[in-house]
Design a protein. Structure first.
Length: 402
């Protein structure tokens, strides 16, 4: 195989793996923000109920992350990846077959349970595609996580138009996303068969503990990112609808986020490859906070579209940053466990954001306060992440720490 052919094959693997965050994030988690106004109208929910449905997904995501953290060394990345993708796709499909609040809660939980292992295992495999080339590996990781932007672009370009004036069509959206997710499993399963395994496998376990105490600033910064960013994606469309934003503006805003996510890896790859400490996460969190604040301080469509651009260019770089942090500081067999640990912390943070913001909206008669609080939390997460130093430097200073 020629060098050019091998490179194309490797980038094809990255592209196929990137369909996992398109499903687990772009569809299963973020698209709910587009569907929420229609479900509230059709089902008569208040904002606390609407926020709870996304908190249920976050609860499932936390469970799935814990599963990945504890079982990635038992079953390996490939099995967790395929199983998680299938469960997520089926949960999306069944979400469109009921209007019962508690059944919808169940399917949202299960979508999270499946989405987290797929996200974790796919990230570990993407990190291994160019394991000997730090710059290409950083870009591969960024492109993998940027796959969520593709899911957002697809949903943003279609969901608002389908639901425009027809709130009762929301079940069709869930069913359509479930079918599309099942179709994506074909290239995804091809990628899992041809990519070299990353991390531990059933035949080779790496029992050394993660030095998690040395990673506390990065973990804390990522926790606050999870609390803050999900508020924006859950409620920004509802906030726009309250302000009588048009369907075209909603579709343009969500699609712009997706496009920005997809192109952001090319702007961030140098930062991701250059820094081994917390600087990339600090920058990503702070920029995400600015994007969250923009629609509140810049009026009209200009503020909304500027917000979408800044938010989209930055928020998926936070998970990319922590994955790159693990790759730069840990041995390869621990990459999967590192991503799983960060995803577990992320899952806890996501539990807080939606239902808390929904409660604030119900008690203050609007979503603006919740968005402002989320922006402050994101910037605080950026400040915490900035404290994180490369692990090699900390381990040299305090040998034996684990």
């Amino acid at each position: 195989m020629s060098e050019e052919t091998d490179a194309l094959r490797r980038w094809g693997i990255v592209a196929a793996l990137a369909l996992a965050p398109a499903v687990s994030n772009g569809f299963a988690r973020f698209a709910y923000g587009l569907i929420l106004p229609a479900m509230r109208t059709d089902l008569g929910w208040n904002y606390t109920q609407a926020g709870w449905i996304n908190t249920a997904n976050a609860l499932g995501y936390l469970i799935g992350a814990l599963v990945a953290l504890n079982l990635i060394s038992v079953f390996g990345t490939r099995a967790l990846f395929a199983g998680g993708m299938l469960l997520t796709a089926l949960s999306l499909l069944f979400s469109g077959l009921t209007d019962d609040f508690w059944f919808l809660t169940l399917w949202r939980v299960l979508a999270g349970v499946g989405g987290a292992p797929a996200f974790v295992a796919g990230g570990a495999m993407a990190a291994a595609v160019f394991r000997n080339d730090p710059l290409k590996s950083a870009l591969a990781l960024a492109l993998y996580f940027g796959g969520g932007g593709f899911g957002m672009l697809v949903s943003g370009a279609s969901v608002p138009l389908v639901l425009d004036g027809h709130a009762a069509r929301w079940p069709q959206i869930w069913v359509g996303m479930g079918i599309a997710s099942l179709v994506t499993m074909l290239p995804v399963l091809w990628a899992t068969r041809v990519v070299a395994p990353a991390g531990a496998s059933p035949t080779r376990r790496h029992r050394e503990r993660l030095p998690w105490r040395l990673m506390l600033p990065e973990l804390a910064g990522y926790f606050l990112f999870a609390v803050g960013y999900i508020v924006y994606l859950t409620f920004i469309v509802a906030w726009m609808r309250e302000a009588n934003a048009s369907t075209v503006l909603v579709a343009a805003m969500w699609s712009l986020i997706g496009i920005a996510v997809m192109v952001s890896p090319f702007a961030w790859r140098g930062i991701l490859a250059h820094y081994a400490g917390g600087q990339p996460l600090a920058l990503a969190n702070t920029a995400t906070g600015v994007g969250t604040l923009l629609p509140l301080i810049v009026p009209g469509s200009v503020g909304i579209l500027a917000s979408a651009l800044v938010f989209g260019c930055s928020f998926f770089m936070s998970p990319t940053a922590v994955a790159a942090f693990g790759r730069a500081n840990l041995p390869e067999p621990q990459w999967g466990a590192s991503i799983a640990l960060f995803t577990t912390v992320f899952g806890v943070g996501q539990l807080v954001g939606p239902v808390a913001a929904g409660y604030i909206a119900d008690t203050t008669s609007g979503i603006s306060v919740g968005l402002a609080v989320a922006a402050v939390i994101l910037m605080a997460g950026g400040a915490l992440a900035l404290v994180q130093k490369p692990l090699s430097r900390l381990q040299d200073a305090a040998p034996g720490t684990s």
